[in-house]
Design a protein around this ligand. Structure first.
Ligand code: CA
Length: 223
């Protein structure tokens, strides 16, 4: 059983790592959100222990980006009672369980075993917004039954906008999620790609799914 621990407090990370190894787990530890997200996306784990307050990306951003990339490894979040966030946020953003610090190691192990037994929950393979559908497994997009061919970048952009449907998403957020957190190019590239996407998913169908929110960003709406 492989566990990924993303925790920047070295002493705590070390105690957790040693304890889990004693329990028979294989453990990788990363001390910041960016490396944690990379490991969680690229390497196979049975469960992830994710702290909230992390350098780089915080735990919420990590789990959100992980789910947006269609990685459904169970996540247990470590929350702080006096923190800026609470547990309901953890669930909203796609965590599967949480523990409030300070926690008992035995409870942590029991919760991790339960999450591993449950496995990655079944997620809908297809997302729909109105008559627009996106099949993440097959990487297919269709509108009213007509298949639409998108480039990989256009697909990732639409996938992200559909995950955030009905919400205003800023260009910076799009840049961070669809390109790369390390991408240092111009946010105008977002405008260019939204334009490409509109020409494929909206214009031929006489729709306006991607609304421009002036001075802020975009909102994907069912039309
Ligand atoms: Ca921390």
């Amino acid at each position: 059983m492989k566990v990924l621990v993303v925790e920047d407090e070295e002493a705590l990370a070390d105690v957790v790592r040693r304890g889990l190894v004693q329990e028979g787990f294989t453990v990788d530890v990363y001390g910041n959100g960016v490396d944690g997200l990379w490991a969680a996306s690229e390497l196979p784990y049975d469960v992830i222990v994710l702290d909230i307050m992390l350098p780089g990306l915080n735990g919420y951003q990590v789990v959100e980006q992980l789910r947006a990339r269609n990685v459904w490894t169970p996540v247990l979040m470590l929350t702080a009672k006096d923190g800026e966030y609470d547990q309901t946020d953890a669930f909203d953003l796609g965590a599967d369980d949480y523990l409030t610090k300070p926690f008992s190691f035995l409870i942590l192990v029991a919760r991790l075993r339960a999450l591993i037994r449950r496995g990655a929950p079944e997620r809908p393979a297809t997302m729909s917004v109105g008559d627009l559908t996106l099949d993440t497994a097959r990487r297919r997009v269709a509108r009213a039954g007509t298949e639409i061919t998108l480039t990989p970048k256009e697909f990732t952009l639409l996938n992200y906008l559909m995950h955030r449907r009905d919400q205003v998403v800023t260009k910076t957020e799009i840049l961070e999620h669809v390109w790369d957190t390390a991408f240092e190019g111009d946010v105008n590239i977002v405008e260019v790609y939204v334009g490409y996407l509109r020409k494929k998913i909206d214009t031929p169908f006489d729709r306006r799914t991607i609304e421009t929110v002036r001075g802020v960003g975009y909102r994907l709406l069912a039309t």
